[in-house]
Design a protein around this ligand. Structure first.
Ligand SMILES: NC(=O)c1ccc[n+]([C@@H]2O[C@H](COP(=O)([O-])OP(=O)(O)OC[C@H]3O[C@@H](n4cnc5c(N)ncnc54)[C@H](O)[C@@H]3O)[C@@H](O)[C@H]2O)c1
Length: 465
């Protein structure tokens, strides 16, 4: 094979086998029923293995996937080329991503490229059940994802992704790679490489690399400029506000909003909250990021001070226990707390529970905690990514670039894995530049080119004052 892939040592999974039944997941289990159980009135039996909530949602899912596709022209171009060139032919890919309409269009692209794809959820709350159904029923893509799945089901889906015996992994948060380097090391030999979507995943992979334990090369998609400058900033900024508004329907104007972390996501969120009329307070630990927040016109406070001031708190740090007991105790009655960082660790939820006499759901994704000091605080979406839990995640126009990077990084891995070290790679600069060019072209925006004189000037040292 052109890409120099070592023969895979594991047996190819039997795609006709019925998966083990999982317990505890919300919603019915859907596996291809044996022929004896089928009636003529049933929808066409899916050809692929799956564990989704309701295949009856597939038509709605298909409509939404097509709607998202209208705003994903770069990915569509890649899909067209992939269908002709089939760069992923013969490769099994296990993707652990948020199962949204945009991800569905990435999945279609990888399949068009020839990949034997298995998609599982990268978060228990981010799955769109109609999208998952359409992936199985309309696009013949093996999908294991149910919105609200419990931890046991979540991990059984990761197991399914690993049992797929992938040559390439696509992660959002490094959960598949984490399990592969832990309990499932026997599967490492067959893997040629992987990709990682988000900041937190890249941090985990770099920690693995620093310990000398990373077992295959991984491309850090998040580090592409065409990913984090747009997805993390504009995507998270807008969709987190969308999640906040859908969950609570509160007015943002006039509210004091505390943003945790002034990185790519925090910057996007702070500027959009400001645009809606909020008074934004930033908390930070990095002096440079804090200084930038000050110069951008935001108030910067230590978290202990901000805790007393804020009406709404949203963390976007990728760090643990940014909001904890000593902060909850000083929050105003009615304070709203949420997170849009990757894992649900940014808010110390066990600490909140210990301080409370009890909690109850007062609206979908809104849990009221009654603290023993008599005040109430409201935790959104179990402290999980607010934008993907209570809304639909990023708009397609930014995921177009993120997933163009994913598709091209998978192709890059297929072609170059045999020459790569077991380390974390950036997306090659020419891929990043090409995605910017294609995105601009799709938006009908033209830019200038350097004249010969300008090129010469920029390459010279002898023309001064
Ligand atoms: N919700 C989404 O859809 C989405 C999208 C992209 C990234 N993410 C996730 O969001 C998180 C942030 O990503 P990013 O790209 O903005 O990262 P980043 O590294 O650019 O920014 C994180 C910022 O948080 C600050 N920080 C760290 N610990 C802190 C603490 N205790 N208190 C205050 N500030 C602290 C850091 O100094 C840094 O400035 C990551 O977990 C990432 O995976 C989520």
């Amino acid at each position: 094979m052109e890409c120099g892939i070592a023969p895979f040592r594991q047996a190819i999974p039997d795609l006709t086998a019925r998966p083990r039944k999982h317990t505890g997941a919300r919603g019915p289990l859907w596996y291809p029923p044996p022929a004896s159980e089928r009636s003529r009135n049933q929808p066409v039996t899916p050809n692929v293995k799956h564990h989704v909530a309701d295949l009856g949602l597939s038509e709605l899912g298909r409509q939404k996937i097509e709607w998202a596709d209208r705003d994903m022209p770069v990915l569509a171009q890649i899909r067209e080329r992939f269908a002709k060139e089939r760069p992923l032919e013969g490769l099994r890919i296990s993707a652990c991503l948020h199962v949204t309409t945009e991800t569905a269009n990435l999945a279609r692209t990888l399949k068009a490229g020839g990949a034997d794809l298995m998609l599982v959820a990268s978060n228990p709350l981010s799955t769109q059940d109609d999208t998952a159904a359409a992936l199985v029923q309309e696009y013949d893509i093996s999908t294991y994802a149910i919105k609200g799945e419990d931890d046991e089901t979540y991990y059984s889906h990761l197991t399914a992704a690993i049992d797929h015996a992938p040559h390439i992994t696509l992660d959002d948060g490094a959960d598949v790679i984490g399990v592969l380097h832990g309990d499932r090391r026997e599967m490492l030999d067959g893997i040629i490489g992987g990709t990682e979507e988000t900041t937190t995943g890249v941090i985990r992979l770099k920690a693995l690399e620093a310990e000398g334990k990373l077992a295959f090369p991984v491309v850090a998609v998040n580090d592409a400029n065409t990913k984090h400058m747009f997805d993390n900033r504009y995507g998270t900024g807008q969709s987190t506000l969308d999640g906040l508004m859908r969950a609570t329907n509160i007015l943002i104007a006039g509210r004091k909003c505390v943003v945790g972390g002034y990185g790519w996501c925090g910057r996007g969120l702070a500027s959009r909250l400001k645009g809606m009329g909020a008074h934004v307070i930033v908390i930070e630990v990095d002096p440079l990021a804090a200084l930038e927040a000050v110069m951008d016109g935001f108030e910067v406070l230590p978290v202990a001070e901000a805790a007393k001031e804020g009406d709404i708190f949203i963390t976007a740090t990728g760090n643990i226990h940014v909001l904890r007991r000593e902060h909850f105790e000083h929050m105003k009655d009615g304070a709203i707390i949420a997170n849009t960082g990757h894992f649900n660790v940014e808010i110390d939820i066990p600490g909140l529970e210990e301080l409370s006499d009890g909690s109850r759901e007062v609206r979908p994704f809104v849990q009221e905690y009654v603290l023993r000091n008599g005040r109430k605080v409201y935790l959104l979406a179990e402290g999980r990514l607010l934008n993907l839990s209570a809304a639909e995640g990023h708009p397609a126009a930014v995921m177009d670039m993120s997933f163009a990077n994913q598709a091209l990084a998978a192709e890059y891995m297929a072609k170059n894995a045999s020459t790569l070290e077991n380390t974390v790679y950036s997306v090659p600069a020419d891929i990043d530049a090409e995605i910017s060019r294609l995105k601009l072209a799709s938006m009908g925006v033209e830019i200038d080119a350097l004249t010969d004189e300008q090129q010469k000037y920029l390459a010279s040292w002898d023309q001064g004052t």
